[in-house]
Ligand binder design. Structure first.
Ligand SMILES: [Zn+2]
Length: 403
């Protein structure tokens, strides 16, 4: 807490309002007493801040009916789920759109399939805008603040420019701008794994953990990292492209232009082909291979074992580089882990330094396939959480302009 650090009263108030709102957004209904204890502020200050957030329409204060022990019961501060954002999870074979309320509640959800392979960016934008408009037409969407988009590619953090999304066939596409022009809302975009790790850290399998690696497998492999409690971004926001780590210099060509990248050994199409299936079947075809391997289909079992072995090879590099406490696996990697963690661990142990290995825990994603989608919602909530007064004023001025 910034108390007493010599900043202005206005700035101090912004920081404190931000801290209270972020806390109830992350944890749900929280008593004033718990906020007082956790944020290191006195009771009257907390009461004043929560009253201000209630005036802004961001929280509700609920007086508890039951009293415990002596003294006055503490008010419960509840985030208002009717303050919403739209989250878009854009993937190679589907577009998921969700209306997400403050507190991380998914209020409504729409899903569209699209063909795998290269995608015309304008056609995808039209499709995404249709999903957004469907959600915005719902009565609960009246206080929507903006849109966050998760994409499988290298996305510039400043402006959401998609620098390179090989599995969509996009190079330097201003996708966030295209949506924003059609909407009049702020639209922010980010890499799916970078957003996935945010959501897993906030509400998933790595809550309260300061050093987290999130690695998710689909057609490609994405990596997102929390280092010492902070997201690892890199100078342009591009850090974490672990799928293009060289693991086999004599390996297969990769869509990035190189050969022998990690994702050519553990991506879902490689698993499908190794198991004698056609590539392109997506998560359902992967699930079918996993079931077949568990049911003693020899070719499927060998394919899964091989992918498990290579999964361990990539995880070794992650452990040695980042010394994470928790590695969260998503997509095909989580599915392989579920049935062959013995092979993954054996492969990881081969060259990982013992001291690092004994500290790390590998777990499947706590939010399942939704981690990037919920991370996209967090991207859209970010400005509100950083400056509640400023953002509410901005939205009201937009309402006045458009109304
Ligand atoms: Zn590559």
């Amino acid at each position: 807490m910034a108390r007493g650090s010599g900043i202005s009263q206005d700035e101090l108030r912004r920081v404190n309002l931000s801290a209270v709102l972020a806390r109830v957004h992350a944890s749900g209904p929280t008593s004033r007493a718990a906020l007082t204890a956790e944020l290191g502020l006195n009771r009257s200050t907390i009461g004043d801040l929560t009253a201000h957030l209630e005036t802004l329409g961001l929280v509700r204060e609920v007086r508890p009916t039951q009293t415990r022990g002596t003294g006055r019961p503490s008010h419960l501060v509840v985030p208002r789920a009717d303050v919403t954002v739209v989250a878009i999870g854009l993937d190679v074979d589907r577009i998921v759109a969700a209306l997400v309320g403050l507190g991380g509640v998914v209020l409504a959800r729409r899903e569209r399939r699209h063909q795998r392979g290269g995608h015309d960016v304008s056609a995808v934008a039209v499709s995404v805008l249709q999903s957004i408009h469907e959600l915005l037409a719902l009565p609960v969407a009246q206080r929507c603040l903006g849109v966050g988009v998760s994409l499988p590619g290298v996305v510039r953090s400043d402006d959401g420019l998609v620098r390179f999304a090989p599995n969509l066939g996009w190079v330097d596409e201003p996708f966030a701008d295209m949506l924003q022009q059609g909407l009049g809302f702020p639209v922010r975009a980010g890499n799916d794994a970078n957003l996935g790790v945010l959501a897993e850290h906030l509400r998933g399998a790595a809550v309260g953990v300061d050093d987290v690696a999130y690695v998710s497998g689909g057609v490609g492999i994405g990596g997102g990292f929390i280092v010492d409690g902070q997201p690892l971004r890199g100078s342009g926001g591009y850090a974490g492209e672990i799928g293009h780590l060289l693991v086999d210099s004599h390996g297969r060509p990769c869509r990035c232009g190189s050969t022998g990248c990690w994702e050519t050994q553990v991506g879902e199409n490689h698993l499908l082909e190794a198991a004698g299936r056609l590539p392109g079947g997506g998560p359902s075809a992967v699930a079918e291979v996993i079931s077949a391997a568990a049911a003693d289909d020899a070719r499927a079992a060998t394919a899964v074992e091989e992918v498990a072995e290579w999964t361990g090879v990539g995880l070794r590099a992650i452990v040695n580089l980042f010394n994470p406490k928790v590695i969260v696996l998503g997509g095909v990697l989580a599915q392989v882990w579920a049935i062959r963690q013995d092979v993954v661990i054996r492969s990881m142990s081969a060259t990982t330094l013992h001291a690092l290995l004994e500290q790390v825990q590998v777990v499947p994603a706590g939010l399942g396939e939704d981690s990037p989608l919920l991370g996209a919602a967090e991207l859209a909530f970010e400005r509100l959480l950083a400056d509640p007064v400023g953002q509410v004023a901005r939205v009201r001025s937009l309402e006045v302009e458009s109304g």
